[in-house]
Design a protein around this ligand. Structure first.
Ligand SMILES: [Zn+2]
Ligand SMILES: [Zn+2]
Length: 257
């Protein structure tokens, strides 16, 4: 049994395996920016897990994750002596500890998402079955988290708003939030595919009269159907378990160490 496992207890260890699986799946799907961006999860009262700074996502294991408090102070270094990205965690912490109290926060720089985030029109909700699964989209104008202006987090929380689970960061990427790893993963998946379809559609057409858009009422109805366990399971649960099996068959189980 690893030292970290003994120190953190069973409950956090289970969560560490789940979070490490998420990093591995993102690596498998190519949703990474080298050592940058983050997936975080609330692991206890004022405790969160985040990736150690400087590691590729397919190098991340349950032991190597870092436990921090809401201010980014390290509570458990994990198996590396690495630090974390404090500016990055500041944003995640603000979302975890806001009134929304989201358990999972995923942050990506995937190029297709960054491109759509920078389009003035943003993501077109009625363009694809992917975009119809996402629900409302929020937008946040570019500013760097390391900005001296400490109100950056407040503005981001205000832009995310009370309901939406996708925040497109203009010229930057996206943040997705959810109550479980499967919900947040599948939301991220649908977002990335929705952005790809939109870029393909826009590149193959000249004006918006060249493509069809599903009317708003049908978009909303489709979203309700997808959220209402039409697979018999919670949103994303079967999809997450399937991709996790694929990751484990290709990359092995060393991420659980
Ligand atoms: Zn970023
Ligand atoms: Zn982040």
């Amino acid at each position: 049994m690893s030292d970290v496992r003994e120190r953190v207890g069973e409950e956090e260890w289970t969560l560490r395996i789940e979070l490490a699986a998420a990093y591995q799946v993102f690596a498998l799907l190519g949703w990474t920016h080298l050592i940058h961006t983050h997936i975080t999860v609330k692991s206890g009262e004022n405790q969160f897990l985040i990736n150690p700074l400087g590691f590729l996502w397919d190098e991340i294991t349950a032991s190597s994750l870092v436990t921090v408090d809401g201010d980014g102070q390290i509570l458990e270094h994990g198996s590396t002596q690495s630090s974390i990205n404090p500016a990055g965690f500041k944003i995640h912490s603000a979302i975890h500890t806001s009134v929304r109290e989201m358990e999972w926060v995923m942050h990506i720089h995937v190029a297709d998402v960054m491109a759509v985030a920078s389009l003035k029109q943003g993501l077109i909700p009625g363009l694809s079955i992917y975009s119809m699964d996402i629900g409302g989209i929020s937008y946040h104008d570019f500013e760097h988290a390391t900005s001296e202006d400490s109100d950056v987090c407040d503005r981001m929380i205000a832009d995310l708003g009370p309901v939406n689970k996708v925040l497109l960061l203009r010229n930057h990427g996206a943040i997705t939030v959810g109550d479980s790893v499967h919900e947040t993963f599948y939301l991220t998946y649908q977002l990335i595919e929705a952005c790809r379809v939109q870029l393909l559609t826009l590149s193959a057409t000249e004006t918006d009269s060249d493509y069809s858009i599903v009317p708003e009422a049908i978009v909303e109805e489709t979203y309700r159907i997808v959220q209402a366990k039409y697979t018999g399971e919670e949103f994303g649960k079967l999809e997450w378990e399937a991709i996790r099996r694929k990751m484990e068959s290709e990359q092995g189980l060393t991420y659980q160490q």
